[in-house]
Design a protein around this ligand. Structure first.
Ligand code: ZN
Length: 263
C-alpha cells in the first residue's frame, strides 16, 4: 500500500486553475489524503472557501492574512475577522498569519524604515481570534520572529500553534519543543543542511510535512511545479535523518497532522 500523507500547508488558491484541478484529481493516487489550504487575505480566504465547498474532505480551509505584505488598516482587519467569525464552523485553523521577517530584511537592505508594531498588533488580534473560536493557528514566523510569536502565544495561552516552514535558533527550538508547538518540514529537507539539522533536533511527534505550494523548490525539484506528491520525498529524508523506515515516518507524520487539525 502507498504511504499516506496530508499536506499541512499549501496555497491551493494560488495555482492556475488547470494545475489546481490536476492536483486535486491526482492527490489520492499519490497517497495524499488531504490539503490544509491556507489563505493570504480576505479575497484569498473566499477563494479557499470555494475550493473547500467544491472538494469537501480533501481541502481543509484556513483563513487569515499573510504577513509578508503591507499591514491591514483597522477597517480591513475588522472586515476580515468578521468574515472569519461568520465562516468559522468550516474553518480548520486561523492562517496563514505571522510576522514579516523577509519584508523586514528587504527593507533593511534598501535602507528603508520598517515598523513591526502594526504587524505584532495584527498577530495578537489573530491569536485572540483563534482562542475565541477555539481553533489552531498557522504561523509564518521564523528566526527572531518566532520568539515574538512565542511571547504572544504564551501571553494568550494558545497552545495549538503550527509554525510552518520553521527555521530558528537553538534556544527558540528548545522553547518551542517545551511548549509542544508543531512545525512542518518542506521538500527542501532533501538539500538544506539547516532543515536537516532541525529535523534531527525536533521531536518527530511534533512534526508534519507540507509543500507551501505553489512555492517552487530547488535541488532535485528544480524546474518542477510544486505538487503534494513531493511529500513522499520529504518523508523519505525525514525517515533517513531519524533512522526509521519511511513507512513508520509517514504513519507518525499523518497521525500528528490528523490529531493536530482534527481531520
Ligand atoms: Zn504559506
Amino acid at each position: 500500500m502507498v504511504n499516506q500523507y496530508i499536506d499541512a500547508h499549501i496555497h491551493l488558491d494560488r495555482y492556475e486553475e488547470l494545475d489546481r484541478n490536476r492536483i486535486v484529481k491526482e492527490m489520492a493516487d499519490h497517497g495524499v489524503q488531504g490539503l490544509i489550504s491556507v489563505s493570504m487575505d480576505l479575497a484569498s480566504s473566499m477563494a479557499t472557501r470555494s475550493l473547500y465547498l467544491a472538494h469537501p474532505g480533501q481541502v481543509h480551509p484556513a483563513y487569515g492574512y499573510h504577513p509578508e505584505q503591507p499591514p491591514l488598516a483597522a477597517a480591513e482587519l475588522e472586515a476580515l475577522t468578521a468574515w472569519i467569525r461568520a465562516h468559522h464552523s468550516e474553518m480548520i485553523a486561523v492562517g496563514e498569519v505571522g510576522l514579516p521577517y523577509y519584508s523586514r530584511l528587504e527593507a533593511e537592505a534598501d535602507g528603508r524604515a520598517f515598523s513591526y508594531a502594526p504587524y505584532t498588533e495584527m498577530l495578537e488580534k489573530f491569536i485572540q481570534l483563534a482562542v475565541e473560536l477555539n481553533k489552531p493557528i498557522i504561523l509564518h514566523a521564523v528566526y527572531e520572529d518566532a520568539d515574538l510569536a512565542c511571547d504572544l502565544l504564551e501571553k494568550h495561552d494558545l497552545q495549538r500553534a503550527h509554525f510552518h516552514w520553521f527555521k530558528g535558533a537553538a534556544d527558540t527550538i528548545d522553547r518551542m519543543i517545551h511548549n509542544r508547538y508543531m512545525i512542518s518540514i518542506t521538500p527542501d529537507v532533501q538539500y538544506e543542511e539547516e532543515i536537516q539539522q532541525l529535523v534531527k533536533q525536533y521531536p518527530l511527534e511534533l512534526m508534519m510535512v507540507e509543500t507551501d505550494g505553489p512555492w517552487p523548490f530547488e535541488g532535485p525539484f528544480a524546474g518542477q511545479m510544486t505538487h503534494p506528491h513531493m511529500l513522499s520525498e520529504a518523508v523519505a529524508k525525514i525517515a533517513e535523518l531519524k533512522g526509521i523506515s519511511s513507512e513508520e515516518a509517514a504513519q507518525r507524520l499523518l497521525y500528528n497532522t490528523k490529531s493536530f487539525y482534527g481531520v
